[in-house]
Design a protein around this ligand. Sequence first.
Ligand code: NAD
Ligand code: MN
Length: 368
Amino acid sequence: MSAPPLRVATLAGDGIGPDVTASAVAVLQVVCERLDIPLHLEALPYNATWFLATGTGLPSGEVQRIGRSFDAILAGALGDPRVKDHAHVRLIRHALFTGLDLYANIRPAQLLTPTLSPLASAQSGRSRVDLVVISENLEGFHPDRDRRVRVTDDEDAYVTEEWHVPHLVARLLRFAFEWARQRGRRRVTLVDKTNLVPAHRVWRHAFHTVASEYPEIAHDVRLVDTLAHDLVRAPERLDVLVTTNLFGEILSDLTAGLVGGMGIVPSANLHPGRCSLFEPVHGSAPDLVGTGRANPLAAIRTAGLLLDSCGHRSAAEMVHAAVLASLAAQVTTADLGGRATTEQVTDYVLRQLRLQPLPARVADGRSL
Ligand code: NAD
Ligand code: MN
């Protein structure tokens, strides 16, 4: 009996987005074919070029249609020098986040091979880096909560407010503990700046309540500045970090740097049980367009995260193994020290996926 269909909408994005998204789509196609998962793909046209041609983002009703018709969205980054103020990002990416209520952003940072880390402690095998940053995706600082306040006769202050709504904070914290429980993670750490931002007390209050519902998972609370220090000095002591929108953005780039950089880390914007959006952490990298040097592994691992989140664990494991094989064979782009092009890395991963033995569970009972 074959698995239920997996329905994926793709958004190619801008810059290197179309190239690396094509790699990720090819990976989905091969792995789904091998595991008999019927894959339904639809390419959506929304990016900078669409915005420049039409002056619009998503047509009305489109977010609802996407939410109803797909299990997941696989996206490339948006960002194009031709569009001032990233107007299209708000009309496309943010519209999907808010319209689909994708409140949890997750960014795993796992060191796949010691040589990818700049840390001597990781290279020597002394520290194992396997972290995840989970952050609030819809609250906190908001570009649309920006205003100016007159402070003297001839000067304005520029103000952006940070919003923390208790039940939404609690929802995200519960998501983080659930995520930790489902994956056998041992510790959840709240990261805030309560001593400078009194509104962060809402997080601490909710954290203690939610943590008490998960006695099997250790928990602690850290200030973001000393935590940033410890991420470099002793990353092996940290496990699941849960934090605000802004701190999550910053810390997850730091954790990406610990495990090989922008070219390799995936992310997901989730609402459990609903159509969610998966994308690499990196942007549209205008400096790499047309060079063949864009690393496709972040997008490919994003496809793995999509498969995992949609319940296809064996498929995700196959993608993971194929990525490990390309690293072991040093078939990598320049950012990881190799000499391969985007296409050569992609082809290598696809070949691995075609040749790999099927995971035992699938070979036995086809029970995905
Ligand atoms: P970026 O991630 O595009 O690039 C930062 C650095 O990382 C560059 O040196 C780039 O060459 C390198 N890099 C990025 N992806 C890589 C890959 N796959 N392989 C190898 N190297 C890679 O960040 P930026 O330069 O700050 O932003 C460029 C544009 O992307 C901006 O318009 C920004 O707003 C947008 N952006 C979009 C998203 C998103 O939509 N999810 C995320 C981040 C940035
Ligand atoms: Mn970022």
